[in-house]
Design a protein around this ligand. Structure first.
Ligand SMILES: *[C@@H]1O[C@H](CO)[C@@H](O)[C@H](O)[C@H]1NC(C)=O
Ligand SMILES: *[C@@H]1O[C@H](CO)[C@@H](O)[C@H](O)[C@H]1NC(C)=O
Ligand SMILES: *[C@@H]1O[C@H](CO)[C@@H](O)[C@H](O)[C@H]1NC(C)=O
Ligand SMILES: *[C@@H]1O[C@H](CO)[C@@H](O)[C@H](O)[C@H]1NC(C)=O
Ligand SMILES: *[C@@H]1O[C@H](CO)[C@@H](O)[C@H](O)[C@H]1NC(C)=O
Length: 289
């Protein structure tokens, strides 16, 4: 009786929280190595005055309440992420051809509180990552969705390099739902010196940089989360498209540059290892179209 109003408040507030790719890390032998990298135009949640819309980019745009589908003029990247653009203190990732990279994000209840969002796909939807050495400023979502794993799709400027469930099988925010409680036990993620999980375990999308990307070039990765509402859902009887994207550049070097900044940064997820199956992730849905 006492718990109910409290829980409802928690559930309600998480339903409003959006998700974006926060950070990128190289994985070597299953562990995160080197310095973290950040998306274009990254703004940290820890800065005073931060609000979600500084990083959330949703399609179709939520202000266009009449639209339930993406259309041919939707830009793929947020206005602050349409060009190579790092903010102070949040540099790009450095990696190399063939390197494995984890793209991390917060699950915000999309994994641990699925009951909050009826009509949504299993596994929290799908993350598609598209990579290109030839990004353009006014990249359109519909064009990039046509890129395929073999690079022959659409205008052929890039390819699909990952299709994975949003739920990486490990991540959780701290809440009172049974999935979170189970995962807190199963995958404890303590800050060094603390006894247990008192903070969020971030999710990751795991990609491999194609081995044919040139050294000393820039490789651009588009992280596209597809999270549609199924037809027949209350409030969306015809179904509804819902995408969130984050756009990032990666410097491609010959190998790992030794890190000068601590990893993880203070205030961030202390997790040091990738999910065990990082080289072999799958998705319920592997074709974005
Ligand atoms: C770069 O990012 C910052 C922070 O989001 C933004 O204020 C600025 O307008 C961006 N610049 C460009 C050229 O996109
Ligand atoms: C897409 O929708 C926007 C309104 O959100 C509209 O301005 C634009 O003309 C539409 N584009 C197409 C190709 O229908
Ligand atoms: C959580 O509870 C739901 C509904 O009772 C159940 O279907 C699900 O299997 C439970 N999950 C875990 C991880 O305990
Ligand atoms: C990459 O750049 C470095 C530093 O300028 C240079 O020493 C190296 O030869 C370049 N490698 C290739 C493959 O271009
Ligand atoms: C990768 O996953 C597939 C299907 O989930 C499985 O058949 C295969 O053995 C896995 N490969 C490795 C190297 O784990």
């Amino acid at each position: 009786m006492y718990l109910l109003p409290l829980l409802t408040t928690v559930l309600f507030s998480t339903a409003l929280a959006h998700t974006w790719n926060e950070q990128l890390s190289v994985i070597e032998s299953g562990n995160f190595v080197g310095s973290n990298g950040y998306p274009r135009g990254y703004v940290s949640r820890t800065i005073p005055g931060f609000y979600d819309d500084m990083m959330t980019y949703q399609l179709p745009p939520p202000k266009d309440t009449s639209r339930t589908r993406v259309n041919d003029s939707d830009f793929l990247c947020a206005p602050t992420q349409r060009t190579s653009n790092q903010t102070q203190s949040f540099p790009r990732l450095s990696a190399w051809p063939g390197a494995h990279v984890a793209m991390k994000y917060l699950e915000n209840g999309h994994v641990t509180l699925p009951q909050n969002t009826p009509g949504k796909p299993l596994g929290g939807g799908t993350i598609f990552v598209f990579g290109t050495s030839q990004p353009i400023e006014n990249e359109l979502l519909v064009d990039v969705l046509e890129w395929t794993t073999d690079g022959t799709g659409g205008d052929r400027r890039g390819k699909l390099i990952a299709a994975q469930n949003f739920d990486d099988g490990r991540c959780y925010q701290i809440n009172a739902g049974n999935i979170s409680l189970t995962r807190q036990q199963e995958f404890p993620d303590p800050v060094e010196g603390q006894p247990g999980s008192v903070h969020e375990q971030w999710c990751e999308t795991d990609v491999a940089i194609p081995s044919d990307v040139s050294i000393n070039s820039t490789y651009t990765v588009y992280w596209v989360w597809q999270w549609p509402t199924a037809p027949g859902t209350l409030g969306a009887l015809e179904g509804k498209d819902e995408y969130y994207t984050t756009c990032s550049d990666i410097d491609i070097l010959a190998g790992l540059i030794q890190s000068t900044t601590p990893n993880p940064l203070p205030q961030q997820d202390p997790q040091k290892s990738a999910v065990p199956h990082y080289q072999n992730r799958s998705a319920y849905r592997s074709n974005p179209l």
